[in-house]
Design a protein around this ligand. Structure first.
Ligand code: FAD
Length: 529
């Protein structure tokens, strides 16, 4: 093994949310190295919308929404309902506000903007109908120049060859901005194709990392500390089977190299873990390539289980819907994995096949078998292996709700989140997706179109995820803790490498990346002293 004497102050493992922490460290004059396992930066952050749930942050004040930290604190307390996590929540809330203030000093980050995404638990105290989510501004590819090639693409590009064009949005914009800001500090260095293997411990303190870099094993020193920001273990079959069966990771939308390396390295030096059975779950609509894509905001049709029955408000916030699929599959004895989305020609004409709108048209869906088509409900029931009587009864009941506009079973279309889908569907790359679903005298609730215009269609829904959310236990400085609660000196973790401050729930849009950024920031502040 070669010893790299060219030591750094800070080593950040992973270049998703970790890039922002790396920038903060380098901007304080700390010599900072980012090691990234793949050939591009960004991880799952690059795939994302880059919403950041940062109550009280400057973009919310600029939008006239005031300082809403106390309401958000009450909301977090109520939805997470776990006193042990309250100190982490307080640290998160403070860090989010300060981090945005600090980032906005740098021209690369310019001004974040508020995007009105309602909090996910509308009935809980402190829930905001306008939400607390801020987004980075889009970024022209020309501004990034040659660095564009270093930034991971969005999933529709990686999977379907979608051309994002000259303006990067969401995660690619955030990653491009963070990478540029980091490198331009003059104190930052990036090594791609360099994977953490283990942590170096001397006298009880983490003093560096051992990595495999372009096939060579190398030891690198970190004077102030190591920040583990290598995502979760969503792509690791062994860990998924051990902690999350029946979810194996094949349906995950997390970045491909997120195989729990940092989790294992942390545990090997004595770290405690928490929430390993949890993930940021989403319903996944199985695409013509056989893999699911994040599906939310169902505006027409219904989801049915193996009995041909509805089982959830299909428009419910994605993490809740995803958890409901897994829970019902495990507890009812009725098949919910897979479930099916059943709709008709009217819905197809209005909205297309949902996320991502950039996938091939219905012909390719049909040819691949991802979409089933039938002239009658009876034939469709046979194609998706559900009892016709069950499906018929469910559809008749649903069509009654469509006529009155009230979903008496699951109240679809009644929360601020549901109503957001009257008008918008995220990732509006297909012009059809801009069509507002307006109420009409005939169909008073625009999210309840009847299913009565043949032919009928069915697509497959499985539980997918946008990362696991259990990992190394950390304190309010993002220091990794031992089972007895003492920190491991020199070791920090953030994002999906750490156990989530939000416990088993997903409070609002931008909690995962918000957590990655906030705890990365707190780690660096601690290292900077
Ligand atoms: P990641 O962003 O996954 O980064 C981890 C990095 O570590 C990767 O680059 C990986 O290659 C690298 N790595 C792994 N192992 C090693 C190793 N051994 N050595 C070195 N490097 C390693 N969340 C939000 O909060 N807001 C949103 O708007 C949002 N939208 C989403 C939309 C989509 C379509 C998807 C798929 C996800 C979305 N998410 C969103 C979820 C969010 O993107 C992830 O949960 C989040 O990115 C996790 O951040 P992270 O920093 O922990 O890890």
């Amino acid at each position: 093994m070669s010893i790299n004497e060219d030591a750094y102050d800070v080593i950040v493992v992973g270049s998703g949310g970790g890039l922002v922490g790396a920038y903060v460290a380098a901007s304080r004059g700390l010599r900072t190295l980012v090691v990234e396992k793949t050939d591009r930066v960004g991880g799952t952050v690059a795939y994302s919308g880059a919403g950041l749930w940062f109550p009280g942050s400057a973009p919310l004040s600029r939008a006239g929404l005031g300082d809403d930290v106390e309401e958000a604190r009450a909301y977090l307390r109520s939805v997470v309902d776990d006193p042990a996590r309250e100190p982490l929540q307080d640290a998160y809330l403070t860090a989010g506000v300060r981090l945005i203030d600090e980032l906005e000093q740098n021209p690369w980050f310019r001004s974040f903007v508020h995007g009105p995404v309602p909090d996910y638990y509308a009935a809980s105290p402190g829930a905001s109908p306008t939400g607390h989510t801020v987004f980075p501004p889009p970024l022209e590819v020309t501004e990034l120049g040659e660095r564009r090639a270093l930034v991971r693409d969005c999933l529709p590009t990686e999977r379907f060859g979608f051309d994002e064009g000259p303006v990067l949005v969401g995660g690619r914009a955030l990653v491009g901005r963070a990478l540029s800001a980091f490198l331009e500090t003059g104190n930052g260095e990036l090594r791609l194709n360099t994977a953490l293997e283990s942590l170096v411990v001397e006298d009880g303190r983490v003093t560096g990392v051992e990595v495999v870099s372009d096939g060579e094993r190398v030891r690198i020193r970190a004077g102030r500390g190591v920040l583990l920001a290598a995502g979760g273990f969503e792509r690791d079959r062994e860990l998924r089977e051990k902690h999350q069966s029946p979810l194996t990771g094949e349906w995950s939308e997390g970045a491909p190299a997120n195989t729990g390396d940092a989790l294992r390295a942390g545990v090997a030096v004595g770290a405690d873990t928490d929430l390993l059975d949890e993930a940021w779950l989403v319903p996944g609509l199985v695409q013509p390539d056989g893999l699911p894509f994040f599906h939310t905001g169902t505006r027409g049709g219904i989801w049915v289980n193996g009995a041909g029955e509805r089982f959830v408000n299909e428009t419910r916030p994605y993490d809740q819907a995803g958890h409901e699929i897994v829970r019902l599959h495990a507890t009812t004895g009725v098949r919910h994995i897979p479930a099916h989305w059943v709709f008709d020609q009217r819905q197809l004409d209005r909205d297309g096949i949902g996320f991502p709108p950039v996938t091939p048209g219905p012909e390719q869906w049909l040819a691949s078998g991802a979409l089933k088509k039938a002239d009658t409900l009876e034939e469709l029931a046979r194609l998706i292996d559900v009892p016709f009587e069950g499906l018929k009864q469910t559809v008749e009941e649903f069509n009654g709700y469509a006529r009155t506009g009230v979903d008496e079973r699951f109240r679809r279309g009644e929360t601020p989140w549901d109503r957001m889908f009257h008008h918008i569907v995220p990732f509006p790359a297909d012009p059809r997706q801009h069509f507002p679903a307006k109420p009409s005298p005939e169909w008073p609730n625009p999210l309840l179109l009847p299913i009565d215009a043949p032919p009928f269609y069915a697509a497959t829904i499985v539980p997918s995820d946008i990362g696991t959310k259990g990992g190394l236990r950390i304190d309010t400085h993002a220091r990794v803790l031992r089972p007895d609660g003492r920190p491991i000196d020199g070791l920090y973790a953030t994002g999906n490498t750490a156990a989530a401050m939000s416990g088993r729930v997903y409070p609002g849009a931008g909690t995962p990346i918000g957590s990655s950024l906030a705890f990365g920031y707190l780690a660096v502040l601690d290292m900077a002293g």
